[in-house]
Design a protein around this ligand. Structure first.
Ligand SMILES: Cc1cc2nc3c(=O)[nH]c(=O)nc-3n(C[C@H](O)[C@H](O)[C@H](O)COP(=O)(O)OP(=O)(O)OC[C@H]3O[C@@H](n4cnc5c(N)ncnc54)[C@H](O)[C@@H]3O)c2cc1C
Ligand code: SF4
Length: 503
C-alpha cells in the first residue's frame, strides 16, 4: 500500500502527525512550486520568495530524514504551474494507492484537492479545529471574539489562576494597550533579528526576480525567517527585547518605523515554522519569570489564542459565501496608489510603501490606514481583499479574508465587528506623527487642507445613515450628523467626490 502526501507551501511543520503514517521506503511526499499561486493575485515578490525558500529548506530537512521527496521547482520544464496539475502528474507517475493532504488554508484549493478523493488530515498547528468553532458558534446570535477567547483561556489554562479566574482578575488589558509615542518618538527600539539570505534563498531570489519581474516587492532587503530554527530565534529575540512594551505601543505608528515593538512572527506561524502553543507558552513563561508585565503578555496571547483562532474558525464556518459579501454595496475600484505607493498623504504613503517594499505593515496600519481608507472610499471588498492577499508576506486566505472583509471593511454586515471601524484623520493624528509631515490637516473636512480621512468619514456616515440607524453602537456618531447644516453636507459630499476622482 503506497502513499502520496501532498504538502503545500504553508504546511511546513516538521512534527505533523501525518508523518507517522508514512513509510519512508515506499511513500512519497510531494511539494510543488507553481506560478499560479503567485499570479492569481499579483503576489509580492517577498511573499513568493519566503514561501519558496521555506519550502526548499523543508524539503532538504525531509531528505535528511530519508523521506522520498518529489520536489517540483518553479522552472522545471514539465511543471504544469498549478497545484492540481502537479498532483495529477505525481499520481500518473507514482500510482499511489492512497493520497493524503492536510487541510489547505484556502477554500477553493481545498475543494480542488478534494476532487482527488484524498485522506484529509486536520492541521494540528492550531489550538482549535473548524468543528470546534462550529460547536462554539452553534446557537449563538453573535460571534464575538472575546467570548471565544475566554473559552480558549479556560480550555488551555493559559493565564488562568487555580481558582478558575483569569490571572490578575481581568480577562483583557486592552485599555492599557493604547498608548502613542510622545513627540520624541519611539527612540531606540532593539531592532528585530534578521536573517540574511543563504545560497538557497539567493537562488530563489534570482528565480523570483526573473519569473515575476513586474510584481511588487524589494528583495534586496529580504530577511525573513525561512526555517524553524530561525523562527525560534526571531521569537526569542522578540520576547526578550520587545514584548515588555508590545502591549503599550501595539497601536502606535511612526514615520519610517515599520517594526516598532511588533513580533513579526505571523509568517512563521502561518507557514508552520512555529507552533502557536510554543509561542504563547514562551510569552507566559516570560511573565511568570517577572520579565514582562501581565498586560503585554495577555495582549500578545489574545492575538494568537484569540484573534488568530477566531478568524480561522469564522473563515471555515462562513466560506464560500464570505468571499462575496458586500454589506455596504461598495462598488469603487481600488485607488492606483495602493499599487504604486504614489500619494501625497503621509499615512497612506507610509503604510503602502512599507507594504510594497517589505510585505509587512503592522495591524493598526492595515486596519486603520489602508483598510479604513478603502472602506470609506467605497472600494469593492473583493478588490481590497485581493490587494491584501497579494501584498503581505503572511497572507493566506483563511486569515486575510476575515480580517479584510469582516474587520476592516464591515462587508460582512457585522458578523465579526459590531460596528465599522470608521474614524476621522484625528485617530491617525492621535496614534502617530504622520499628520505632522502631511500637507493636509486632520481637523479639516473641506477646503485646501482637507484630510481625506476626515472628509470620507462624514461622507461615509451620510451615505450609510440608514444602514446604521438601528445600530446602538453607532448612535453617537450618527447624532453628530444632525448638527450639520445642509450647506456643510453639500460641501463634504463635493469634497469627497473630488477626492474620489483625484486619488
Ligand atoms: C486588513 C487586515 C488584513 C490582515 N491580513 C493578515 C494576513 O494576511 N495574515 C496574517 O497573519 N495576519 C493578517 N492580519 C492580522 C495582523 O495584522 C497580522 O497578523 C500582524 O500585523 C502580523 O504582524 P506581527 O507578527 O508583527 O504581529 P503582532 O502584532 O506581533 O501580533 C502577534 C501575532 O498575533 C497574530 N495576530 C494578531 N492580530 C491578528 C488578527 N487580527 N488575525 C489573525 N492573527 C492575528 C499574528 O499571528 C501575529 O503574528 C490582517 C489584519 C488586517 C486588519
Ligand atoms: S492629515 Fe489626514 S491624510 Fe494626512 S497623514 Fe493625517 S490622517 Fe493621513
Amino acid at each position: 500500500m503506497s502513499k502520496l502526501l501532498f504538502l503545500l507551501g504553508d504546511q511546513l511543520s516538521r512534527t505533523g502527525p501525518w508523518f507517522d503514517q508514512l513509510n519512508p521506503k515506499t511513500d512519497h511526499i510531494l511539494l510543488a512550486e507553481v506560478s499560479h499561486e503567485s499570479t492569481k493575485v499579483t503576489s509580492n515578490k517577498v511573499r513568493t520568495t519566503l514561501f519558496l525558500s521555506a519550502m526548499r529548506h523543508f524539503a532538504a530537512d525531509l531528505e535528511q530524514k530519508n523521506y522520498r521527496v518529489r520536489y517540483i521547482e518553479l522552472d522545471d520544464p514539465n511543471n504544469t504551474q498549478t497545484l492540481e496539475g502537479e498532483l495529477q502528474r505525481a499520481i500518473d507517475e507514482l500510482s499511489p494507492d492512497e493520497i493524503h493532504i492536510v487541510r489547505p488554508g484556502e477554500d477553493s484549493i481545498r475543494k480542488q484537492l478534494l476532487t482527488f478523493n484524498p485522506i484529509e488530515h486536520e492541521d494540528t498547528h492550531f489550538f482549535t479545529t473548524p468543528a470546534d468553532f462550529a460547536d462554539h458558534a452553534r446557537g449563538r446570535k453573535q460571534l464575538r471574539m472575546e467570548y471565544f477567547y475566554r473559552e480558549q483561556r479556560k480550555i488551555t489554562g493559559y493565564l488562568m489562576g487555580e481558582d478558575g479566574k483569569p490571572t490578575g482578575g481581568k480577562w483583557n488589558y486592552d485599555h492599557e494597550n493604547r498608548s502613542s509615542f510622545d513627540k520624541h518618538g519611539p527612540g531606540l527600539i532593539p531592532p528585530p533579528k534578521i536573517f540574511p539570505p543563504n545560497q538557497i534563498t539567493k537562488d530563489i531570489i534570482n528565480l523570483v526576480e526573473t519569473t515575476f519581474p513586474n510584481h511588487p516587492g524589494d528583495l534586496s532587503t529580504f530577511h525573513w525567517p525561512v526555517t524553524p530554527d530561525q523562527a525560534q530565534q526571531a521569537l526569542d529575540d522578540f520576547i526578550t527585547n520587545r514584548l515588555p512594551l508590545y502591549g503599550q505601543y501595539q497601536d502606535a505608528m511612526w514615520t519610517d518605523s515599520p517594526w516598532l515593538y511588533h513580533s513579526l512572527i505571523s509568517s512563521s506561524l502561518n507557514l508552520k515554522l512555529l507552533d502557536p502553543r510554543d509561542v504563547c507558552l514562551a510569552a507566559i513563561k516570560a511573565y511568570q519569570d517577572g520579565l514582562v508585565p501581565l498586560s503585554a503578555t495577555e495582549g500578545f496571547v489574545r492575538q494568537i489564542l484569540g484573534w488568530r483562532e477566531y478568524v480561522r474558525g469564522l473563515y471555515w464556518l462562513k466560506m464560500p459565501d464570505y468571499l462575496n459579501l458586500n454589506a455596504l454595496n461598495a462598488q469603487n475600484d481600488l485607488p492606483k496608489c495602493y499599487w504604486t505607493g504614489k500619494t501625497e498623504f503621509t499615512c497612506l504613503s507610509q503604510a503602502i510603501n512599507q507594504t510594497l517594499k517589505f510585505g509587512y505593515a503592522h495591524h493598526i496600519q492595515r486596519l486603520m490606514v489602508t483598510g479604513l481608507f478603502a472602506m470609506m472610499y467605497g472600494v469593492h471588498p473583493k478588490q481590497i481583499h485581493e490587494w491584501y492577499l497579494a501584498t503581505y508576506f503572511d497572507a493566506i486566505e483563511w486569515v486575510e479574508l476575515p480580517n479584510t472583509t469582516g474587520m476592516s471593511q464591515w462587508a460582512d454586515g457585522g458578523i465579526m465587528a459590531s460596528k465599522p471601524y470608521a474614524a476621522t484623520g484625528k485617530y491617525i493624528q492621535r496614534m502617530s506623527n504622520y499628520c505632522n509631515e502631511c500637507p493636509r490637516n486632520p481637523s479639516h473636512r473641506t477646503g485646501p487642507q482637507a484630510c481625506p480621512f476626515t472628509t470620507f468619514y462624514w461622507d461615509f456616515l451620510l451615505q450609510h445613515r440608514q444602514t446604521f440607524s438601528t445600530n446602538q453602537r453607532m448612535s453617537l456618531q450618527l447624532r453628530n450628523l444632525d448638527r450639520l447644516e445642509p450647506q456643510e453636507i453639500n460641501d463634504i459630499q463635493e469634497e469627497a467626490n473630488r477626492f474620489r476622482k483625484t486619488i
